[in-house]
Design a protein around this ligand. Structure first.
Ligand code: SAM
Length: 443
């Protein structure tokens, strides 16, 4: 044992007591552990949870002796508790309480594949600093939470955080046993950093709860606060949503993806903090907002929130002090691209509608009309080929009543390489299926 460079080493005290949590059982038996019952009750009382948790699902990650699991159950919740090791104390209390808590031995990182379902409330208490990948862990928590997660962690500035909360957040990294002489203590965030990481993980808003001793607690909400009863400003008009990288409508939850939204408003300025985007059931904080002068609108970027179900998700936007606008757009999440048969009904020079010749020119483009494209076709998964050359798709239109979509693809400014003057075959590809060729004379 040596003097820890950071935090308190309480391992000997804990070993002597044999219990981390304290308990008071219905038969009057008391177990005095390292955490006094009074502290535990005070901690729980700070969580912004309904007193009656009947019908709610709670996940307690890193439950240890299980006080928080059994307390949530006492409030009526259906509880799943996980820990990376089987804790005999947990099993002993569970037996004494005849508790139906579902107890699973799982590592944090095994949670996404554990098929536990989603939870109204998730407890991530005293575990974040034990993890080498804290942001990944918070994303896992976010994906499992439908309402609120309570995150409590060791922090490096519990007494002073308010003095520097406007500075860039910081986090210490402990390679070995610097924090409390423990080999699995990896990080120490500042309070601001803890809150920023929770937002970056995908929560709509993060509420500071407390600092106590060396720890801080925050409540991470997946939903925005309710719409104010008297909406002060007119809602923004949502014009378009797209994948920031592909400009398409498809998103993958396995990738780091961002949503761009264009909207119009009568307000002279817009800040990030005013925007309340909702994707599916989840609120999403804005990362960036700027005027888009070309479109006479505003553009804002958001993270794809974790935990979206596969399929189409509605997207709508409001301001903090407005209701939602009338427009709801949608994005396709983890939706496979299913194409059976594509028919190219026509192709022409998009600048002059000449169906026989296409001109290479700056701003020139080919327009094609295709049937059979899947609902989630977009600029990044539809290919337009002229001869062997793949052209850059600029636009994929909505299908008309006959299911025909217009696709525009840019012509090169000058004819080089594969695209030479003369007759060329034009075709459209999507989801591994190609149309027949359409003859076009390149001039
Ligand atoms: C400091 S205790 C916190 C106990 C309780 N949640 C509380 O706040 O009072 C940390 C708990 O996290 C568990 N733990 C540590 N690393 C873990 C991991 N990678 N996956 C799951 N549980 C882990 C430990 O076994 C221990 O039960």
């Amino acid at each position: 044992m040596h003097e820890p460079r950071r935090g308190k080493d309480f391992s000997q005290e804990l070993a002597d007591m044999g219990w981390y949590h304290s308990f008071e059982l219905p038969d009057g038996t008391r177990i005095d552990g390292f955490c006094q019952l009074k502290w535990l009750r005070e901690r729980y009382a700070r969580f912004p949870l309904p007193a009656d948790l009947t019908g709610k699902r709670v996940l307690d990650i890193g439950a240890w002796d299980g006080w928080f699991s059994f307390e949530a159950e006492r409030h009526g919740a259906s509880v799943t508790a996980i820990d990376c090791v089987e804790v005999a104390n947990f099993l002993e209390i569970q037996k004494k309480l005849a508790s139906p808590v579902s107890y699973r031995i799982l590592d944090f990182y095994e949670l996404p594949e554990a098929a536990l379902g989603v939870f109204d409330f998730v407890f991530c208490l005293g575990i974040l600093y034990h993890l080498k990948h804290p942001l990944l862990a918070l994303e896992i928590v976010c994906a499992l939470t439908t309402d609120t997660a309570i995150v409590e962690s060791f922090v490096i500035d519990p007494l002073t955080w308010q003095d520097h909360q406007d500075e860039v957040p910081t986090m210490e990294f402990y390679e070995t046993d610097e924090l409390g002489n423990q080999l699995d203590n990896w990080i120490g965030p500042s309070v601001s950093c803890l809150m920023a990481m929770c937002r970056a993980a995908g929560f709509a808003r993060v509420e500071f709860l407390h600092t106590t001793g060396l720890h801080a607690g925050v409540a991470c909400h997946r939903k925005w606060e309710p719409i104010p009863p008297e909406a002060a400003s007119p809602p923004p008009e949502l014009l378009a949503v797209a994948n920031t990288r592909t400009f398409g409508v498809n998103f993958s939850t396995r990738k780091e993806e961002y949503i761009s939204c264009w909207f119009r408003t009568t307000q002279p300025t817009v800040t990030r903090g005013q925007l309340r985007l909702e994707v599916g059931d989840f609120g999403v904080p804005a990362l960036y907002v700027k005027p888009d002068e070309e479109k006479g609108a505003w553009m804002a970027n958001f993270r794809l929130p974790p935990g979206l179900r596969s399929g189409w998700s509605p997207v709508r936007l409001r301001f903090a002090d407005s209701a939602f606008g009338n427009t709801t757009l949608r994005i396709a999440v983890d939706l496979p691209l299913r194409t059976e048969r594509l028919v190219l009904k026509g192709a022409c020079d998009g600048t002059n509608w000449n169906a026989l010749e296409v001109k290479a020119s700056d701003g020139g483009f080919i327009s094609c009309w295709v049937t059979g494209l899947p609902e989630n076709c977009d600029r990044s998964n539809v290919g337009v080929y002229l001869g062997e050359t793949k052209l850059r798709v600029q636009y994929v239109g909505e299908p008309d009543p006959e299911g025909m979509c217009q696709i525009n693809a840019a012509m090169p400014a000058v004819l080089l390489g594969d695209i030479a003057k003369g007759p060329r075959a034009c075709r459209v590809e999507c989801g591994g299926v190609s149309t027949e060729a359409w003859p076009l004379n390149v001039v």
